[in-house]
Design a binder for this molecule. Structure first.
Ligand code: SAM
Ligand code: DTB
Ligand code: SF4
Length: 328
């Protein structure tokens, strides 16, 4: 039996389980790198075509001025980052961006708003956007902050395919990063989204000064949700001047790759997204992330407010690696 298999005696690796302990996750992180990568790639191939990458494009439909204090975020009103607070975008402008994203090759369009939680009126406006984007033939995703059950149900009726709401880090480190809402608040929103029948997109950020145990705690929290998120974004902190996390020591890129590999093993059927942080990531690190089981990226020159690689650069990379966009 291989070293990796001794970690999960209750069920063979590659099967979906929701009872991961932090120690088991930590043991995956501690595997020799070749063993970890081999298992991640083996499990990836059990459930996915290894040459396919899902392509999403992000749009900030409501930028800046957020009342929350997330220490990583350029859109918090509490930090002076140069991001100006704007109003919710108009429907026609959003649809023009969605059309451009589709023409550029995206299959999913994610709309993000810098809200703590939307008002019911905001939800109505976003529902009109979702209907319009879906009519273009794109999958839809939204990230609007905390939701009530009624709001989640309303979004579902508009046809929303995915809702993004991250746990961000381990329960223990969370208080160092956000004080204006609790871990439990996040779990409640995730439950409302799940109950409403919307696919869940939920992940976190690494490189925030957390320890190896926190990275394991974050993956353990995600992998022990009652149902695994269908989509798991793993973000590398994008350090933005003015946020409390600027100047945090850079995380070793191989630790990022390992986080992706462990997410792949712990949530075998979820799409794992190599998310924020690619602008400053070498092609070699990104290639290792794909090898570790990442099979989704944000595509287009901007994330919400920060830069992302240009389309040409990404297409050249995918081409070089023989990867192709996943069909819907
Ligand atoms: N306001 C909503 C919320 O917080 O749920 C939606 C938008 S918020 C920007 C979505 C996610 O983006 C956050 O949960 C965080 O994981 C990620 N994010 C924000 N700023 C980031 C940064 N500087 N680097 C990496 N990820 C970041
Ligand atoms: C996620 O996990 N990462 C995306 C998406 N969900 C909404 C956002 C990344 C934001 C990076 C900072 C910015 O561009 O403002
Ligand atoms: Fe606001 Fe979301 Fe940024 Fe937190 S992550 S400050 S909730 S926009």
């Amino acid at each position: 039996m291989s070293l990796a298999h001794t970690i999960s005696p209750r069920a063979p690796l590659g099967h979906v389980r929701n009872d991961w302990t932090r120690d088991e996750i930590r043991a995956l992180f501690d595997l020799p790198f070749p063993e970890l990568m081999f298992e991640a790639q083996r499990i990836h191939r059990m459930h996915f075509d290894p040459s396919e990458v899902q392509i999403s494009t992000l749009l900030s439909i409501k930028t800046g001025g957020c009342p929350e204090d997330c220490a990583y975020c350029p859109q918090s009103a509490k930090y002076d980052t140069g991001v100006k607070a704007e109003k919710l975008m108009r429907l026609d402008a959003v649809l023009a961006e969605a059309q451009a994203a589709k023409a550029g090759g995206a299959s999913r369009f994610c709309m993000g708003a810098a809200w703590r939680e939307p008002k019911d009126r905001d939800v109505e406006n976003v529902c009109a956007m979702i209907e319009g984007v879906k009519a273009l033939g794109l999958e839809t995703c939204a990230t609007l902050g905390m939701l009530t059950q009624t709001q989640a149900q309303r979004l579902k009726r508009s046809g929303l395919d995915y809702y993004n709401h991250n746990l961000d880090t381990s329960p223990e480190f969370y208080g160092e990063i956000i004080t204006t809402r609790t871990y439990k608040d996040r779990l409640d929103t995730l439950e409302a989204v799940r109950e409403a029948g919307i696919n869940v997109c939920c992940g976190g950020i690494v490189g925030m000064g957390e320890g190896a145990d926190d990275r394991a705690g974050m993956i353990a929290a995600l992998a022990s949700l009652p149902v695994h998120p269908e989509s798991v974004p793993i973000n590398m902190l994008v350090q933005v001047e003015g946020t409390p996390l600027t100047g945090t020591g850079k995380l070793d890129p191989l630790e990022f790759v390992k986080t992706i590999a462990v997410a792949r093993i712990a949530m075998p059927k979820s799409v794992v997204r190599l998310s924020a942080g690619r602008e400053d990531m070498s092609e070699e690190t990104q290639a290792l992330c794909f090898l570790a089981g990442a099979n989704s990226i944000f595509y287009g020159p901007k994330l919400l407010t920060t830069p992302n690689p240009g389309r040409d650069r990404d297409m050249a990379l995918l081409d070089k690696l023989g990867l192709r966009p996943m069909e819907r």
